[in-house]
Design a protein around this ligand. Structure first.
Ligand SMILES: [Zn+2]
Length: 318
């Protein structure tokens, strides 16, 4: 408590109550109230509060927006009917409109809680940054930002994105948005491609590209024109450029080699060079020694003189 935003705590508590969340006292931090539901413990709530604060700093920095109102997180410790009803079957967490309450299934999160917490916090910060204009934000961008901001983008992620393109499974923005409502594999591919496109966006548009797009969208809800004003690309151009970059990389394999592979190749080339040098020196040594074996011009002349002398002697006075 003690934060100005906590004036809205009563309204939030009412919303949570209406949504079926716990009446228990939440674990509060500077920007969060974490409720433990369905077997989740107070200890887990305190832990998630800490993770959420860490995520908050990173996410608000990347998105360029600082929400003033506190964010409510409800944890579910075991299978829960209400959770199953409001959260898609593939998800570990979700954000429910209109109060932007985060719901996290602690029992479902196998890869650690931080990425889940950061992902959902990103959705809330983005929704608060855009207000009513959030409905104009394409799903791929919203999910792409949340996925990208909640983890470190690794060469393995990039390789997976290349695999997606190689397999002809990359989708144009409009189709990409629909893929989030498809089967498991489609949904997985949609999250991956969206994050890869956001990663590309920040690479070509700068680390504040997301913040600039959101700033533009606050003024004008149209996503395409916000994107164009912020980074000079339409969605379709962004998709084509991203696809083009990955296509070129698939063409030139060394562009996707990591430092270890390049060092290995460099050492191999050095070894070949050293072996060639040894062979060359050996060949030169042999040639010089062959020259030594051969008679010099002077020795040849001398041999001829001796020959002449012999013949002249033998042909001599008879
Ligand atoms: Zn999401």
């Amino acid at each position: 408590m003690g934060c100005a935003g906590w004036g809205a705590a009563a309204a939030l508590a009412f919303a949570l109550h209406a949504a079926g969340a716990a009446a228990e006292e939440p674990a509060t931090t500077k920007h969060f109230a974490v409720y433990a539901e369905a077997g989740a413990s107070a200890r887990q709530a305190r832990r998630v509060g800490g993770l959420a604060e860490r995520a908050f700093e990173h996410v608000t920095g990347r998105l360029g927006y600082l929400p003033s109102e506190p964010i409510a997180i409800v944890l579910y410790g075991q299978r829960d009917e209400f959770f199953d009803k409001v959260v898609p079957p593939h998800a570990v967490g979700a954000v429910a409109a209109p109060h932007n309450i985060v719901r996290i299934a602690v029992w479902r999160s196998r890869d650690g809680l931080y990425p889940v917490v950061a992902h959902e916090v990103s959705h809330v910060v983005l929704a608060r940054a855009l207000g009513g204009n959030v409905n104009e934000c394409p799903r791929w961008f919203n999910e792409g930002v949340a996925t990208w901001v909640s983890r470190v983008w690794t060469p393995a992620d990039e390789a997976q994105a290349e695999e997606l393109v190689r397999g002809g499974r990359a989708l144009a923005p409009l189709a990409l948005d629909s893929a989030f409502y498809g089967g498991d594999e489609e949904v997985g591919g949609a999250y991956l491609q969206s994050a890869a496109m956001v990663e590309y966006l920040t690479r070509v548009g700068g680390s504040d590209a997301i913040a600039r797009i959101l700033r533009e969208m606050r003024r004008h809800p149209d996503f395409d024109s916000a994107l164009e004003r912020a980074v000079g690309l339409t969605q379709e151009q962004l998709y084509q450029d991203w696809l083009g970059e990955l296509g070129r990389r698939l063409h030139w394999p060394w562009e996707r080699m990591d430092a270890d592979a390049l060092i290995f190749i460099a050492l191999g080339l050095l070894a070949v060079f050293a072996a060639m040098r040894v062979l060359y020196q050996r060949w030169r040594w042999r040639r010089e020694h062959d020259d030594e074996d051969a008679l010099s011009q002077e020795e040849i002349e001398r041999a001829r003189e001796l020959e002449d002398l012999y013949y002249s002697e033998s042909e001599g006075p008879h």
